[in-house]
Design a protein. Structure first.
Length: 411
């Protein structure tokens, strides 16, 4: 078997943990598997490097930021290779540019274009474990790039796809994908399996256990992804194309997520005529700002209100642009609210059940939580609420939809 394994920051957080990873790797080698191991930077290291750069200037040069951030993974990959070699398991570390993981040139959020296989296969053929630094690549001009926060997941899945590995195992600090973040909702349950579609929604709605782009890749190339704990043994969660019916039948909702990284911008008293929305959102698109939820009210006396959400990191920029456009189109006021959370329920069971939205809204109402905006897709419903209610909302919805551990045990 050819196995790609990825160990996240906490899993390689100190030398003791790196030794623990090395032991795991060796146990696979002893079974005869060929192993490519992707590592993240040691826990907290990427944040530390970012804060060093931003203490010099608020907006560090992005090319240089990438050079800086990739050092975190370089350290971790070398330390793991040194540890493996010291334990008599031949290993070699490779950085993104040595493998030749070619990306586009969008510094800090580059996309993988191609992965060259020759170097990795030649090392594997020599009987070595190949340790690859996650999160990094190189563009066609030889500049170092990074793949965005959480990008080591994407490195692992992309490698698994390129090398046609039998499985991609993601080792992290939780023992699988849960019905809600187990650190927020103590009654959350581990899922045995989840479909790519559901995992995509969960990841895009705030479940950071897998970077969304890694799930997109896994889906496109049909890579089975197994999420497991590096600290305790267990079956983990399989992310795959189809989940056996038995597990799905009774399930209306597979998970509840929340995200506090968005901000809400409202433009009030917008003249209601064709082309106005296009004008506002074209201005944002021209500045590479991704807009998430958009809500427009029914017009009253030829005026309407428009509300949208963006990532908090883009909020100030979006606010400035919107104020400018608001002046041009004669809207009354622009209000920025960074104090929001988006809470979502996800599940393909929703397609065949009625009353799901009603249940979500009444659950929030019974907790006294006001809904500020709503969006839906076939398999998810999201509500924007006040930030301070985020955790409470997750717990209440988790219970209301029968996902709590207790309810399952009673069945
Ligand atoms: P790593 O450093 O291994 O990449 P991350 O911190 O990126 O780990 O992701 C693991 C974390 O994801 C968990 O500690 C957990 O708090 C969070 N998480 C959020 N939602 C979920 C979920 N539905 N299931 C499991 N973990 C989740
Ligand atoms: N070290 C990077 C981060 O902290 C990439 C990763 O861990 O996946 O975002
Ligand atoms: Mg991660």
């Amino acid at each position: 078997m050819l196995v790609v394994q990825k160990y996240g920051g906490t899993s390689v957080g100190d030398l003791e943990r790196i030794r623990n990873v090395a032991k795991k790797v060796i146990s696979y080698r002893e079974k005869g598997d060929r192993l490519v191991v992707v590592v993240s930077a040691m826990a907290g290291e990427t944040d530390r490097l970012i804060s060093l750069a931003t203490s010099i200037t608020k907006s560090p040069n992005e090319r240089e930021l990438d050079v800086l951030l990739t050092t975190g993974e370089q350290v971790a990959s070398a330390l793991l290779a040194i540890t493996l070699n010291s334990m008599y398991c031949e290993a070699v570390s490779l950085q993104g540019h040595q493998v030749r993981i070619i990306t586009d040139s969008t510094h800090t959020k580059a996309r993988i274009l191609t992965i060259e296989k020759d170097r990795i296969f030649s090392e594997l053929d020599k009987g070595r474990v190949v340790v690859v630094s996650g999160f990094q690549g190189i563009d066609v001009n030889g500049n170092i790039t990074t793949l965005g926060r959480g990008g080591s997941d994407t490195t692992a899945v992309a490698l698994a796809a390129a090398l046609e590995a039998d499985v991609c195992e993601i080792y992290t600090d939780v023992d699988g994908v849960y019905t809600a973040d187990p650190n927020v909702c103590p009654r959350a349950r581990r899922l045995d399996a989840i479909t790519y579609e559901e995992m995509l929604e969960m990841a895009s709605l705030g479940a950071k256990v897998l970077q969304i782009r890694s799930v997109e890749l896994a889906k496109r190339y049909n890579v089975p992804v197994l999420v497991k704990s590096s600290f305790v043994d267990g079956p983990g969660t399989l992310v795959c194309k189809e989940v056996p019916k038995m597990a799905m039948e009774k399930v209306m909702i597979s998970g509840v997520t929340f995200n506090k990284n968005e901000a809400k911008i409202t433009i009030s008293k917008v003249p209601d005529r064709p082309g106005i929305a296009a004008k506002i959102f074209s201005a944002l698109a021209d500045s590479n700002i991704v807009v998430d939820i958009i809500v427009q009210n029914v017009s009253k006396g030829n005026y309407t209100d428009i509300t949208y959400t963006v990532a908090k990191t883009d909020a100030k920029k979006a606010y400035k642009i919107t104020e400018q456009v608001a002046k041009e189109i004669g809207a009354e006021q622009v209000i920025l609210d960074e104090n929001i959370a988006k809470v979502s329920i996800v599940g393909s069971g929703m397609m065949s059940h009625y009353g799901v939205a009603a249940k979500m809204f009444s659950t929030l109402a019974s907790e006294g939580i006001n809904i500020e905006a709503i969006t839906t897709s076939e398999i998810k419903i999201s509500c924007v609420i006040e930030a301070k209610y985020g955790e409470l909302a997750v717990q209440a919805l988790h219970k209301a939809f029968g996902l709590d551990k207790e309810d399952i045990e009673e069945e």
